[in-house]
Design a binder for this molecule. Structure first.
Ligand SMILES: Cc1ncc(COP(=O)(O)O)c(C=O)c1O
Length: 366
């Protein structure tokens, strides 16, 4: 049996190598490495895919979050409601702008923010809600938007892990006021470096986001905002154009892999619950176990890489402790102690799924 990768980008590249080579060669030949024609082409393709009127490429998913918040003029002291069970960047960008992250516990079935707990945390200072569509499954975005609309606040979906996911026929990145994603290589749609994008249907917000991501310029050397340098480079756009073409097929393959893991493991361990009308893109296949510390080295010894998304809630991170955060989010805290993620990508072979599942059943305790 060949070795098991957590994410196998090599296998994917094999399927599209000539197209990628040609695209990169085209960029080398035309030489527009920043804001080249491929960036516009990709933005149009992303909009066509997810339905958002504006898709604005930027340098990474962290900048995408920060720019989205800058676009709604987040100021020091503003409060932003979010989940503590996410990658650090979600909280980091809130804090970087001087705002206060208000952490709301997660739903135990989906691991996404529990929308039923949001309203009680809204105050006069609340400016936005940032639900994170974790592991590739949308948060309950329609319900969250409804709560926000009633209170006149903005929803920014952190869709770093969920581009391509759907609720009924509505795509992640086209449900909330603004959405952001990441094209980090290991993401469901990843490039070969850093990349990200911001999505909205709002003309004025889009104009501001475009400007903020390019030094606040509206035209060359005329700056209306204090912005940032956060452009997606042309090479990455060229790669993403080709990867987007095989993305629908890859989403199907990810779902097939997940179904096969489910068949072996779902009856034995708690996994992320996928509501019937949601399409998950399985950025991760995650389950809960009780003996994580001994389990991970045992799996490593069996040749199986395991990750943990995420071992610590944001409010328990040293910096947030130092900043005096003392939130209590018991469901997220319990999940953080128990979750493990299995190798997940579109090309996990049946042989590997069989072997990984067998070893999970052998070494993990529910
Ligand atoms: C939920 C979430 N938000 C934000 C980010 C940040 O994206 P990037 O690594 O592209 O800056 C990530 C990436 O890991 C993520 O998973």
């Amino acid at each position: 049996m060949n070795s098991i990768s957590f994410v196998d980008l090599g296998k994917q590249l094999e399927t599209i190598r000539p197209q990628i080579d040609k695209r990169l060669n085209d960029v080398l030949n035309h030489g527009f490495f920043i804001k080249g024609p491929e960036v516009k082409e990709l933005e149009a393709d992303l909009s066509k895919f997810c339905g958002a009127k504006y898709s604005i490429a930027c340098a990474n998913g962290t900048d995408a979050l920060m720019i989205a918040m800058m676009a709604i003029d987040i100021q020091p002291g503003d409060e932003i409601i979010t989940t503590p069970f996410t990658f650090f960047a979600t909280g980091e960008t809130i804090s970087l702008l001087g705002a206060k992250a208000v952490f709301v516990d997660i739903d135990p079935d989906t691991y996404n923010i529990d929308e039923k707990l949001i309203e009680e945390k809204i105050t006069k200072k609340t400016k936005a809600i940032i639900p994170v569509s974790l592991y590739g499954l949308c948060s309950n975005l329609h319900a969250i938007q409804k709560i926000a609309d009633q209170k006149n606040i903005t929803v920014i979906e952190d869709a770093a892990q969920s581009f391509g996911a759907k609720i009924d026929n509505d795509f992640s990145c086209n449900i909330s006021n603004i959405s952001t994603t990441s094209f980090f290589p290991a993401k469901p749609l990843g490039c070969y470096g850093d990349g990200g994008a911001i999505f909205t249907n709002d003309d004025a917000l889009a104009e501001k986001i475009i400007s903020l991501s390019n030094h606040g310029q509206t035209e060359r050397y005329t700056h209306h905002y204090i912005g940032v340098n956060s452009r997606l480079d042309t090479m990455q756009a060229a790669i993403l154009i080709e990867k987007l073409k095989i993305f629908p097929k890859e989403i199907e393959l990810r779902n097939l892999v997940a179904q096969k893991y489910d068949a072996k493991l779902k009856d034995h361990f708690k996994t992320q619950k996928n509501p019937d009308n949601y399409r998950n893109v399985y950025a991760q296949y995650t389950l809960e176990i009780s003996n994580r510390e001994e389990f991970i080295p045992k799996m490593k010894a069996e040749g199986i890489p395991i990750s943990v998304h995420y071992p610590k809630c944001l409010h328990h991170q040293p910096i947030y402790q130092k900043l005096g955060y003392n939130d209590s989010c018991p469901i997220a805290e319990s999940a953080a102690k128990r979750v493990i993620s299995l190798p997940m990508h579109p090309y996990v072979s049946d042989e590997h799924i069989e072997y990984i599942s067998k070893k999970v059943l052998e070494h993990a305790k529910a």
